[in-house]
Design a protein around this ligand. Structure first.
Ligand SMILES: *Cc1c(COP(=O)(O)O)cnc(C)c1O
Length: 371
């Protein structure tokens, strides 16, 4: 008997998916010659990764600071390092990650003004402006790419308000960096929480925070609040070619390989175009299948994925398990449930990572069988 070929697993999740071959090449070969993370061999890795990130994002007024961890680590580091203990923070939240910002700020004991909106609802810019104009807060935090609803918040507009009223704007750009075009220079954004695994297509071992240089200078005088995640201390060390703790050189090599791959494929604009081409196949395909895309008024859709209503008579678990176990043209697919408050109504399909467009055509065939 001839064994059936193992189907190719396509990740339609935003966390872990197939990566560029150059990144995989590091994973395959690094173990033959590990790099001790100190001394002269570490400095060029830190420099290339940090400068490569700033260059890819076209953001010379910012410093990239690398941390061991995933996106949430960067959230904790930015919230815990960029604010004084007594600064009043406006948290604009309309999704699961805005809830996380609120949770982390509350854990840190930050005085918070909570603008808690229904998931997906566009923040009211006039209300935000009124709070800033009345000097009720010193800083604002908001998510850019809302991964729970697959929508984009009006970041340029909120950035302009932060600039106008001289407030510190801290942004969760974890799902948007390297994919969504975002002009950081002159944007009014003081710091960005980032990641190296989502739009950059590396592993979730290292993460990044971007801090505008004038804020970094101010942070020298902000007492430390989050041990091991102090951004100013870490930046000082990394500028000197070191890291205050152990940092994984293999992960640095993977980030460098991912940055080189990004540059070779047209940078952020090129990646945005790739993701948009996937949207152009998938979204009309969903509609042909009778699925309804979750949309909110005046909220553009993210480029990395789509939230869809669970069709009547179907459950998420049933659809997900059939997609993951019944091969179509040699492929099986892993999809993602919605988060928290939305999980009984919506499910999500992301199209991140290194897959040919053909994989999404095949996915639509597989999806047709389960909806
Ligand atoms: C993924 C994500 C996070 C958190 O990332 P983890 O990888 O779970 O640490 C935070 N914010 C947004 C918008 C995200 O998409």
């Amino acid at each position: 008997m001839i064994a059936a070929e193992t189907p190719r697993v396509v990740s339609l999740t935003p966390a872990v998916f197939h990566l560029p071959d150059a990144v995989n090449q590091v994973s395959r070969t690094y173990g033959e010659s590990p790099i001790v993370p100190r001394g002269p061999r570490l400095r060029p890795l830190l420099d290339r990764a940090r400068h490569g990130i700033v260059e890819a994002l076209g953001a010379p007024s910012y410093e990239a600071i690398l941390l061991t961890g995933s996106g949430s680590t960067s959230m904790a580091a930015v919230l815990g390092s960029c604010l004084r203990r007594d600064e009043r923070l406006l948290v604009v939240r309309n999704g699961a990650y805005g809830d996380r910002i609120f949770e982390y700020a509350a854990t840190l004991g930050q005085p918070v003004v909570d603008m808690c909106l229904p998931y997906g609802e566009r923040p009211d810019l006039e209300k935000i402006e009124a709070i800033l104009a009345a000097d009720e807060v010193d800083a604002v935090a908001m998510v850019y790419g809302g991964t729970s609803t697959c929508t984009l918040n009006p970041l340029p507009e909120v950035g302009a308000l932060a600039r106008k009223y001289g407030k510190k704007l801290l942004v969760d750009g974890i799902s948007a960096l390297f994919v969504e075009p975002l002009a950081l220079e002159g944007s009014g954004i003081a710091a960005v929480m980032g990641s190296c695994n989502k739009g950059l297509h590396s592993h979730p071992n290292l993460t990044v925070a971007l801090v505008r240089k004038d804020l970094l200078a101010e942070m020298e005088r902000i007492p430390a609040r989050v041990p091991s995640l102090e951004l100013h201390k870490t930046w000082r060390a990394q500028q000197g070619g070191a890291h205050p703790y152990t940092i994984d050189p293999m992960s640095l090599c993977q980030v460098i390989a991912a940055l080189e791959h990004l540059a070779a494929t047209g940078g952020v604009a090129g990646r945005h175009a790739v993701y948009q081409a996937r949207c152009a196949i998938l979204r009309p395909g969903y509609e042909r299948l009778g699925l309804t895309i979750a949309r909110w008024e005046n909220m553009p859709l993210q480029s990395i994925g789509t939230a869809l209503h669970i069709p009547a008579g179907r459950t998420y678990d049933e659809m997900a398990s059939r997609l993951a176990s019944e091969p179509v043209d040699g492929h099986v697919f892993e999809i993602y449930a919605a988060q928290g408050k939305l999980s009984d109504r919506l499910f999500r399909i992301f199209h991140m990572g290194e897959y040919p467009l053909e994989a999404y055509e095949i996915f639509l065939k597989a999806l047709a069988r389960v909806v």
